[in-house]
Design a binder for this molecule. Structure first.
Ligand code: FNR
Length: 348
């Protein structure tokens, strides 16, 4: 199963291992550099079915820190293309990008908000900071919401030009899109707040705008937080309803994470702790899903696929420790997996 290919549009992944997006805080002015080439390139050498680049800002204020990647100009996209080309030329991996806007969680360093002078004025659907110690974010006007939709659209156009195989919209972890989804961070009284239909409007507009730039050779994923672990907050039932709609809007996979929008929320964390959310969304919304969160081992990953709890296995911290998780898993299971031809003498 882990080594059974899967297709999204015309994009075929050779196996089910996905490098989960992870911020590396290593760029200047949003530009990728040699670190990123080696970092992502080595996961391609490791046979990973799909590599998804870290949260990449659709505008400067969309970054979490001023060391985050960006895709708001063509120079950034041209540099990103070098990573994409390396992966395509030297491996069988596919490569995606997570396009993101941090909203009220931007302008930080080490998870602590930095000043407006060193950072920037943050934006949000409502005048509610993530943490009470933080500045009140600027409330987006309707016109400014439309500008943000346009920023995502242009990021998608640049992603296509850079040659990515997948675009993932970051709708999770308390960033701008999630801030709109949650009734706890979105108390707007216009068409972008209040009812479920209104709170999901921004995400659906982003999905449509992004999808209008994509084609059959580039698939669309959306990462969501299935619950924010807070009373009266965004929850799994709303996630199921949203996922049904995302499917009808052409989203190919829902990447199921959780949390991140409510400061101090209590989360019980254990091996595969988010897998049940993935399973529920997959079964009830009848959509392909990715499972993520403390999945570290081949047998565990196989079990999730065997139980049809997810279609893809996203791995974050374990793939930082072990870029060769896909190759090593294939040795264990005696399955075929890409291994660099230069390394043939090390093949078991
Ligand atoms: C993350 N995570 C994350 N998620 C995301 O959607 N976009 C991102 O840019 C990041 N950045 C990030 C950086 C680092 C260093 C870590 C460790 C994590 C979350 C990540 O993708 C994943 O969902 C969680 O880490 C849970 O998976 P693991 O680590 O238990 O496999």
């Amino acid at each position: 199963m882990l080594y059974t290919p899967i297709q999204f549009r015309n994009v075929t992944l050779k196996n089910r291992w996905v490098m989960s997006p992870m911020c590396m805080y290593s760029s200047e002015n949003g530009m990728p550099n040699d670190f990123h080439l080696v970092h992502y390139g080595s996961r391609a050498q490791g046979g990973t079915g799909l590599i998804i680049l870290e949260a990449t800002g659709v505008e400067p204020r969309g970054r979490i820190t001023n060391k985050c990647l960006g895709i708001w100009n063509d120079e950034q996209a041209n540099q990103l293309k070098k990573i994409v080309d390396f992966v395509h030329q030297n491996s069988e991996s596919k490569i995606g990008i997570q396009i993101a806007h941090a909203g009220r969680k931007g302008s930080t360093w080490n998870n602590i908000q930095i000043s407006e002078e060193e950072g920037w004025e943050t934006i949000a659907p409502s005048a509610i900071p993530f943490n009470t110690t933080e500045r009140i974010p600027h409330v987006l006007s309707i016109e400014e919401i439309k500008e943000q939709v346009q920023n995502f659209k242009e990021a998608a156009r640049r992603s296509v030009e850079a040659g990515f195989d997948v675009v993932e919209i970051h709708g999770a972890h308390g960033y701008l899109i999630h801030q709109f989804l949650s009734p706890l961070s979105n108390v707007r009284t216009d068409e972008y707040g209040g009812s479920f239909e209104n709170r999901i409007r921004f995400l659906l507009e982003v999905v449509d705008a992004v999808n209008s730039e994509l084609n059959d050779n580039i698939a669309l994923f959306v990462r969501i937080s299935a619950t924010e672990y807070a009373e009266n907050g965004w929850d799994i039932e709303e996630s199921v309803e949203l996922s049904k709609i995302l499917k009808t809007q052409g989203v190919d996979l829902v990447d199921v994470s959780s949390g991140g929008n409510i400061h101090g929320a209590k989360i019980s964390v254990f091996d595969g702790y988010q897998v049940p959310f993935s399973a529920q969304i997959k079964n009830e919304a009848n959509v392909k899903t990715g499972a993520v969160g403390l999945i570290t081992d081949v047998a565990q990953a196989e079990d999730i696929l065997a139980k049809e709890e997810a279609d893809l296995i996203f791995v974050a911290r374990e793939i930082l420790r072990n870029p060769y998780i896909a190759v090593q898993g294939s040795f264990k299971l005696k399955e075929e997996c890409f291994f660099p031809h230069q390394y043939t003498r090390a093949k078991k």
